[in-house]
Design a protein around this ligand. Structure first.
Ligand code: SAJ
Length: 436
């Protein structure tokens, strides 16, 4: 039987939402971890035992790991037994095709080139970044080109000097520390030897099961999980638009339909935000554009939802003016409840709620109030907005736009006035004209 490799030194590239918790958790298992980031202020912050992102429980783990000497941040990789790549893979629009965003692999390429300088025989390289199918093989090609003195799995199979695998992260923001340990992992090695070595690495940390497969299947598994969620949310969003047209309460409809033993419809909202669900389906679509009409349609449904919400707000404004002929548009106060990309977090990245509020701040002639219990100040680039308490918004606004289902908004009290409720929080209010 093969002996398990110890992995006394691990190098994690990218100290963001995934890389930093991963580095800190390996360090908490008393492995010497080098966390690498190109941003000097991130490196400095981590070396002080502090963090630059919001994630419950993370600061304590980082603080202890740095103080005990197990975690050290740097802006260049150092020699290690295993290299974990957890850098961003954003999408970008190439000239001439504004309808089909393409994955940008430049951060992965730069990370790969930086580790090629310190790579040695016996090392393991694992790609964790969400990536289009074929990226792990591409990483292997980049490494082979940079290090002709070493052998790689694409040319030497299981006998290669370097082992390479793909292992996607699947943690939910807000629960990262727990899920890094408890979630099952899919590990796709370029050979069985690569998969087995990567499984040894994750067994230091992971209490869930490690499921071994090949690299392409593992890459596609991650994209499939997030695309599945996107398609399901698109179905709920489409239903909400159909129900509005037919004067049916979509929340009641979904809760009734979900009583069927084999139906489980997700929740409509103002659109899909964050850096994952709204991005990852494009990695499938851009690779197989003619074979993915459903995934593409779902993206379009979810991407167009904020515009539909803006139209709903415009309708409510016009109705209000019709019912109050003594008032003009500049008199009408609109309150938006929630700015983050989902409930009970402080993350504004790719938030449809933020997008809708910004559009409103430019388009509406009257005052726009914002209630966001999870942030202390508004992003500087947004003009004409006032951050207020829920009570003040309830008291002052004529139109109430519920954008995020934060726990603070779920209390029994419902504002008086016209309501545009994108999350069904105040859903007991009658749908056609929600005026009380
Ligand atoms: N949303 C809805 N209706 C729903 C559920 C979500 O409108 O019923 C919206 C949310 O409000 C938010 C967006 O979708 O704007 C995404 O939120 P989410 O909770 O579905 O997902 P993320 O982006 O926080 O995390 C996802 C997770 N993937 C899956 O659940 C399949 C997580 O496990 C992944 O690790 C993460 O993406 C990632 O990093 O890829």
């Amino acid at each position: 039987m093969n002996k398990k490799k110890i992995f006394s030194k691990i190098c994690v590239l990218g100290l963001g939402y995934i890389g930093l918790p991963t580095a800190a958790m390996f360090a908490s298992r008393e492995r010497s971890v080098i966390g690498v980031d190109i941003n000097q202020s991130t490196v400095d912050t981590v070396n002080l035992g502090q963090i630059h992102i919001v994630e419950p429980g993370l600061e304590g783990v980082v603080h202890t790991a740095v103080n005990k000497g197990f975690l050290y941040a740097s802006n260049v990789p150092l020699a290690a037994d295993a290299f974990l790549i957890a850098v961003p893979t954003p999408i970008q629009f190439l000239d001439g095709d504004e309808m089909l965003p393409q994955p940008n692999l430049s951060y992965i390429k730069a990370a790969t080139q930086s580790i090629s300088l310190v790579l040695k025989k016996g090392d393991l390289v694992v790609l964790e970044s969400t990536s289009p199918v074929g990226t792990t093989e591409q990483v292997a090609e980049w490494l082979a080109a940079a290090r002709p003195d070493l052998t790689f799995p694409q040319s030497h199979g299981s006998a290669s000097d370097i082992r390479i695998a793909y292992c996607p992260e699947r943690v939910l923001p807000g629960q990262v520390i727990r899920e890094l340990i408890t979630n099952d992992r899919v590990i796709g090695g370029m050979t069985n030897a690569c998969s087995n070595l990567a499984a040894d690495l994750y067994s230091i940390l992971v209490e869930g099961k490690c499921h071994l497969t090949n690299a392409k299947t593992a890459e596609m598994a991650k994209l499939t999980e997030n695309s599945c969620r996107d398609v399901q949310i698109a179905f709920a969003n489409e239903l909400s638009i159909i129900c509005d047209e037919l004067d049916i309460n979509v929340w009641e409809l979904i809760s009734l339909s979900n009583r069927h033993p084999r139906v489980n419809i997700l929740n409509p909202g103002p659109g899909v935000g964050g850096h994952c669900i709204a991005v990852d389906p494009w990695f499938i679509i851009s690779k197989t554009p003619d074979k993915s009409p459903l995934i593409r349609a779902a993206r379009n449904v979810n991407d167009s939802k904020p515009k539909w919400v803006i139209n709903q707000i415009d309708k409510a404004l016009l109705e209000f003016l019709k019912e109050n002929p003594d008032k003009s548009m500049t008199d009408v106060i609109v309150a938006c409840y929630g700015l983050t990309f989902k409930a009970n977090i402080d993350d504004l990245r790719e938030s449809p709620a933020l997008q809708i509020t910004i559009d409103l701040s430019y388009g509406h002639q009257g005052r726009v109030l914002v209630v966001e219990p999870n942030i202390d100040s508004l992003p500087r680039e947004i003009p004409n907005l006032e951050l207020v308490s829920k009570e003040k918004a309830f008291e002052m606004a004529h139109i109430h736009v519920l954008l995020v289902d934060h726990v603070e908004f779920k209390k029994q009290d419902i504002p008086v006035g016209k309501i545009v409720d994108t999350r069904g929080v105040w859903r007991n209010v009658s749908v056609s004209n929600r005026t009380r």
